[in-house]
Design a protein around this ligand. Structure first.
Ligand code: APR
Length: 245
């Protein structure tokens, strides 16, 4: 099939770019974790079809309807317990170890990149595995959040350390990710619809090439130097086979 053949050619081309590049940065989204059993947000069976995160993951809901906020995040946190990074995550960790990639900027909050062994990871949308009081900032145990407790210090509302819609991204993390991407010779975007600002601007800040690995092409593929349609885990395995052969 042309599709299959084309994908093989494109994968070989990306592998050669990776070999040439002295500074490669990866940007990941929820599509990197669907093969680990975590739904993404905007594809067919993503969260949006069931729950609209933009209507729940907000400061307003944190104060106006804590029950809904707490239920949404408790469900996502509990959903993590039976999931683990798939092979593609371990390939990215091996690539960091072998200096094939320099860093990863991620929109994901599941911390799978670090669990798989990557160290230079910029969590642009924070992390769901750690909890703080929204009023005084005191860190709390996950159990305090799951059992619906208030802050032990000030009685404030507990919430995960994720970036809620309308909140600013962590400044230092954003700066580091932007600096890496600006200087990169190659940016590899994996498993994101690039629908959410400002991360959807990040890949295009690079002076280098941009390759896009995704199940589907949302916008027009011409904004990328290369587009490989496929599953993140499969494509990463194929790339790794070529690079290590
Ligand atoms: N391999 C490759 N691509 C995949 C796979 C896969 N196995 N599974 C899903 N995809 C693609 C989908 O087709 C979709 O285009 O990944 C993309 C995921 O896009 P979104 O669901 O919009 O997720 P993301 O881009 O990470 O969302 C950004 O939105 O709700 C907020 O804070 C949340 O960080 C999230 C942000």
């Amino acid at each position: 099939m042309a599709g299959k053949h084309e994908s093989r050619m494109e994968t070989a081309k990306l592998a050669s770019w990776m070999k040439q590049s002295k500074y490669t940065v990866v940007l990941t989204g929820a599509g990197m974790s669907t093969e680990s059993g975590i739904p993404d947000f905007r594809s067919e069976n993503g969260w949006w079809r069931r729950i609209d995160p933009r209507s729940v993951a907000t400061k307003e809901v944190l104060y106006a309807d804590y029950t809904l906020f707490h239920e949404f995040y408790s469900m996502r946190i509990r959903g993590l317990t039976c999931c683990k990074p798939h092979k593609g995550y371990y390939i990215l960790a091996q690539w960091e170890k072998n200096n094939i990639i320099n860093s990863i900027a991620t929109q994901n909050v599941d911390r799978f990149h670090q669990i798989a062994g990557n160290h230079k990871v910029y969590e642009l949308h924070g992390c769901i595995r750690t909890i703080r009081c929204d009023s005084c900032g005191t860190a709390h145990a996950m159990g305090d959040f799951l059992d619906g407790s208030g802050c032990t210090g000030c009685g404030g509302r507990l919430r995960p350390d994720v970036v809620l819609f309308g909140e600013a991204l962590p400044r230092d993390t954003w700066e580091k990710a932007m600096t890496d991407i600006e200087r990169a010779e190659l940016v590899i975007v994996i498993g994101t619809s690039l629908q959410v600002y400002p991360v959807n601007q990040l890949p295009f800040m690079t002076r280098g090439r941009i390759a896009y690995i995704n199940n589907e092409i949302g916008g027009d593929s011409h904004q990328f130097d290369l587009f490989i349609k496929g599953k993140a885990g499969d494509i990463l395995c194929k790339l790794d086979e070529i690079i290590t052969s």
